[in-house]
Design a protein around this ligand. Structure first.
Ligand code: SF4
Length: 448
């Protein structure tokens, strides 16, 4: 049984002095919303000092932070720490086109190489580096102040004890311990999640990763994340075991989650029975029905063959869709189409035909129009050095083959090169987006 979310379970309490304020169990937003104001989600605790704000999840692990000093880049920007223990800087970009380019008001700036075309280098700023490297010291300083402040009445000293206990637990979650926890997450996921589905942006990438299969069908030449291993499916027992381990890892903070990512690169090919049973078991075990965060989402990757049921695969995707649509999830399936130009597919070393891509794209339109709780999205590649037919073929699909502008069925354009922001590619993106009749955004590769 999930814990009750009543105030008795996570009561909000606060302690203020002229130098700091601690608030336990603050209520943030309980629904993911696209808004230009910096919303914080879930139930969290907060330490605010004269020059920093630190926020902690219900396991007393730091999850967000920002500086309050004059050098902090922008008061509405902040740092988020992922379950994979990466710090991510959320910027407004100083770039007016962030929402148009990504579909989100804040741009995640990452510390590792990625394919982003926009954003700056916030981690090189001293004010940002100070928080990333010294948040643990800030907690220590606050602990010293709380201990010094010896109150006279029993009530006050009992209250002080509650805050000391919180600080003690937060201090136990050292950078090393958080890194170890991330390693445990990678272990249960059979390796790090090197790329999250682009649709996970709808829940600010707050997903619990449940690996139900490994590998993919194609082993495309251009792909950096592929493994040599043949595609394989995890047994029901293995998946149940993973769910139990994940439940323990996410601990008390699981009430702040309501979404899963079925991994890894082609979970759709795992077949109806595996997918439905994994989704239902996870929903029940993680207590999503009673979570603080409302509206469950299910994310996975698929492929042309797993969606179109290539003969000889285990797949039964068409039969799966009716059942998926009835699940207590909004399901997002992201399909890597890459190009509808044969020369480009050959150039990329993707072993499918342009005819298959076109058929799949049209079938995706049908699914999106038929199932209210399912959205199939697609990825296409962008680069300066692709064959000339790539962009005309893309426009033929997203403009000529679609009679009216649509609000569902996002197409993501993914720059091929890592750490090579290019004005030309950004310019091309804006041109394609303007002409496309489906929502069209950049895909910034992000790991968990
Ligand atoms: S692009 Fe997708 S299908 Fe191709 S090798 Fe990479 S993971 Fe596999």
């Amino acid at each position: 049984m999930k814990q009750s979310l009543s105030d008795n379970f996570f009561p909000t309490l606060s302690l203020s002095t002229p130098d700091f304020r601690i608030t336990l169990n603050k209520r943030g937003a309980s629904e993911y919303t696209k808004i230009s104001f910096p919303l914080k989600y879930g139930i969290y605790s907060e330490i605010e000092t004269k020059d920093a704000v630190l926020q902690f999840n219900l396991n007393n692990e730091i999850v967000r932070a920002k500086g309050k000093d004059k050098k902090w880049i922008q008061p509405s920007e902040w740092l988020k720490r992922s379950m994979g223990n990466d710090w991510i800087y959320y910027s407004t970009g100083g770039y007016t086109g962030v929402f148009e380019a990504t579909g989100e008001y804040y741009l995640p700036n990452l510390q590792y190489p990625t394919n982003s075309l926009i954003g700056g280098k916030p981690f090189k700023e001293a004010s940002v580096a100070r928080i990333v490297s010294s948040w643990h010291e800030i907690i220590k300083d606050v602990m010293i102040s709380v201990k010094k402040d010896t109150s006279k009445t029993t009530n006050e000293s009992e209250k002080r004890e509650i805050f000391i206990r919180f600080l003690e637990k937060a201090l136990l979650n050292t950078p090393e311990r958080l890194e170890n926890k991330a390693q445990n997450l990678f272990e249960v996921s059979d390796g790090r999640i090197t790329v999250m589905p682009p649709d996970a942006r709808h829940v600010d990438y707050d997903i619990i990763p449940l690996t139900i299969s490994e590998g993919c069908l194609y082993k495309c030449r251009f792909c950096r994340i592929k493994t040599d291993k043949p595609f394989s499916i995890k047994s029901k027992e293995k998946i149940k075991e993973k769910i139990e381990i994940l439940k323990k890892l996410y601990g008390k903070d699981i009430v702040n989650y309501n979404s899963i990512f079925l991994g890894d690169h082609d979970a759709l090919n795992a077949g109806k029975e595996t997918i439905l049973s994994a989704a239902a078991t996870a929903h029940e075990a993680f207590g999503f029905k009673d979570a603080f965060m409302k509206g469950s989402s299910l994310f996975m990757f698929g492929s042309v063959d797993s969606l179109m049921e290539r003969e000889g695969t285990v797949n039964d995707a068409k039969a799966l869709l009716d059942d998926l649509n009835r699940l207590p999830f909004c399901t997002y399936i992201n399909i890597g189409l890459e190009s509808s130009d044969q020369e480009t597919l050959d150039f990329l070393g993707k072993p499918i035909t342009s005819k298959q891509v076109e058929e799949t794209f049209l079938y995706i339109q049908h699914i999106n129009a038929t199932y209210p709780n399912i959205e199939i999205t697609a990825n296409f590649i962008m680069d300066e050095n692709l064959p000339d037919g790539h962009y005309p073929a893309f426009l033929n699909l997203v403009r000529e083959k679609i009679a009216r502008t649509k609000t569902k069925g996002t197409v993501y354009l993914s720059p091929l090169r890592i750490n090579k922001p290019s004005r030309e590619v950004l310019f091309e993106f804006n041109r394609l987006k303007t002409l496309s009749r489906v929502p069209t955004f950049l895909y910034i590769i992000q790991r968990l």
